[in-house]
Design a protein around this ligand. Structure first.
Ligand SMILES: NC(=O)c1ccc[n+]([C@@H]2O[C@H](COP(=O)([O-])OP(=O)(O)OC[C@H]3O[C@@H](n4cnc5c(N)ncnc54)[C@H](OP(=O)(O)O)[C@@H]3O)[C@@H](O)[C@H]2O)c1
Length: 289
């Protein structure tokens, strides 16, 4: 296994589940790992656990709630102050909310804010740091749950119709469409040293669904004993973050380390562009225009 000694890698949502294993295994391979978390206590515990498990002391913490755009701006500024470049960004944080539609600090539907808008803005604000790497990668943790979605860009805030399962699935489709459009825009801007891919990790026994509650939360709890371990669930994230085989691949959706076709009629170049433009508007950012 090649050493990651010269890599600086940011993993979001690394206080639990797939992200925690991803951060730990990257640290084990020698990377300088930065954990982005919203909970300071959990982040410190995870940091200490990773250092103890791997002997790698280059494990840092930065704090931000990705659903709040001001916090994303603050943490991006902190990362610019602290690090000369970023080699890998793993946009892993994500979750399913409960039966009641909730709003973020910016007044956006919470699943959209957490799973798509926060990572979109973070990626936009960190692109210059990634471009300072000789070969940077952006890995977006999506899900096969994109197939359980009723995507529409005419009601992106789900004001007319909200269900936690459809909302989660839709934001995971947005993760895939974001990845494809980002790869396209990197190409058209002649940025050849940054790639991006996304993935389905499998059905993984993690904290996923624990805060969903209701029938969906209960069903996920019942299913947990039959799911794969977070160690297995992190394998495709680790593959896309580090493996030489995908050094020149960009815009792909992967499952079990293999390219997977995206089966959604909604996944068209025109809709990818429209989602991008709406995401720019909602986050008040200009990103690779
Ligand atoms: N588990 C599965 O079967 C499965 C399948 C397909 C895709 N995925 C995807 O895999 C990714 C990781 O999920 P997981 O299964 O490992 O779930 P998890 O154990 O619940 O971990 C989610 C992580 O995201 C963090 N997070 C949530 N909201 C955040 C916010 N607003 N700001 C910053 N961090 C936030 C959580 O922090 P706290 O510790 O503070 O809660 C936690 O560290 C997600 O994107 C999920 O959609 C999971």
């Amino acid at each position: 296994m090649p050493s990651l000694q010269d890599k600086i890698i940011l993993v979001t949502g690394a206080t639990s589940g797939i992200g925690e294993v991803t951060a730990r295994e990257l640290a084990r391979q020698g990377a300088h790992v930065i954990i982005l978390a919203r909970n300071a206590d959990k982040a410190r515990k995870t940091q200490h656990a990773i250092v103890a498990a791997t002997g790698n002391e280059r494990v840092d913490v930065v704090l931000a709630d990705l659903s709040a755009l001001a916090q994303v701006h603050r943490v991006a500024a902190e990362l610019h102050d602290k690090y000369p470049r970023l080699d890998v960004l793993v946009n892993n944080a994500g979750l399913m909310f409960g039966a009641e539609r909730e709003l973020s600090a910016d007044g956006y539907e919470m699943t959209l804010a957490t799973n798509h808008l926060g990572p979109f803005l973070l990626t936009s604000l960190l692109l210059d740091l990634l471009q300072k790497s000789p070969a940077a990668r952006i890995v977006n943790v999506a899900s096969m749950a994109y197939r359980f979605s009723k995507p529409t860009l005419d009601d992106i805030q789900s004001e007319r119709s909200y269900s936690p399962v459809w909302e989660y699935g839709t934001t995971k489709l947005w993760n895939i469409m974001f990845t494809q459009e980002l790869a396209e825009r990197l190409r058209t801007h002649g940025i050849t040293n940054v790639t991006t891919n996304c993935l389905h990790p499998g059905a993984v026994a993690t904290g996923y669904g624990k805060q969903t509650g209701g029938i969906v939360g209960a069903l996920l709890s019942l299913g947990r004993p039959f799911m794969i371990s977070p160690e297995k669930g992190a394998q495709t994230s680790l593959f896309l973050a580090t493996d030489a085989k995908v050094a020149n691949v960009s815009g792909g959706f992967f499952s079990k380390k293999k390219l997977e076709p995206v089966k959604s009629d909604f996944n068209t170049p025109a809709n990818n562009r429209r989602l991008w433009e709406m995401s720019e508007q909602l986050t008040s950012t200009n990103f690779l225009d």
